[in-house]
Design a protein around this ligand. Structure first.
Ligand SMILES: Cc1cc2nc3c(=O)[nH]c(=O)nc-3n(C[C@H](O)[C@H](O)[C@H](O)COP(=O)(O)O)c2cc1C
Length: 187
């Protein structure tokens, strides 16, 4: 028997597995959901922008590639983020892909009540103005392409205008609430 994914709306709320007795509308236990997500290791980026001359930025693990042609990337930002209004108002943003020795940078850009761009953060203004963090593995400069509300987050899609890779440093990863490094299998 062919099964199709439900569309948005009432069918989606019932969920694809409604026939198997799961109640997707009630949702999974919140603690179990967080536990399952924590098992998924993710790379860490800092999204930066400049709004009215003020640099803003936040740490994100929700970064993802979206499309090669056109070159699109995305991240999700919490709708309650105090950084989001400034990011949304900026003409472009930068994705700074952190290197394995930059867990302190990741922690600082997730901390409230601090000047995230003050010492010891090392950065320079990018070609269009958005701050570029130094010592990162790579950075992408993006123009706003699309946004949409998804649950309690906003999906932000950017059109990549410039991409630069800086050296061959290893990635910073986040897993089960801790920062760590990637260890390749022997080839
Ligand atoms: C490892 C890590 C990953 C994070 N990923 C995201 C993310 O993808 N989206 C998001 O909105 N917040 C994410 N956060 C939280 C934000 O960095 C942080 O809570 C936010 O910047 C709070 O400050 P704000 O209100 O000034 O934005 C992450 C935090 C950490 C430590």
């Amino acid at each position: 028997m062919t099964r199709t994914l439900p569309g948005r709306g009432a069918d989606a709320a019932r969920g694809v597995d409604a026939g198997r007795g799961l109640d997707a509308a009630r949702g999974v236990d919140a603690g179990r959901f967080r536990e399952a997500l924590a098992v998924h290791a993710a790379g860490v980026v800092v999204i930066t922008a400049q709004n009215d001359g003020v640099p803003v930025g936040l740490t994100a693990t929700s970064f993802s590639s979206v499309s090669l042609a056109p070159p699109l990337v995305s991240f999700y930002v919490d709708r309650s983020s105090t950084t989001w209004p400034s990011l949304r108002g900026a003409g472009h943003f930068a994705v700074n892909v952190l290197a394995s020795d930059q867990s302190d940078v990741a922690a600082r850009f997730a901390r409230k009540g601090v000047d995230r761009f003050a010492e010891p953060t090392r950065w320079r203004p990018g070609p269009l103005g958005a701050p570029l963090l130094l010592d990162v593995s790579a950075h992408l400069i993006c123009l706003p392409y699309d946004t949409s509300d998804v649950g309690d987050h906003v999906l932000v899609v950017g059109l990549v205008a410039e991409a630069a890779v800086h050296g061959a440093s290893r990635p910073l990863l986040y897993h089960q609430g801790r920062f760590g490094r990637f260890l390749a299998h022997p080839s």
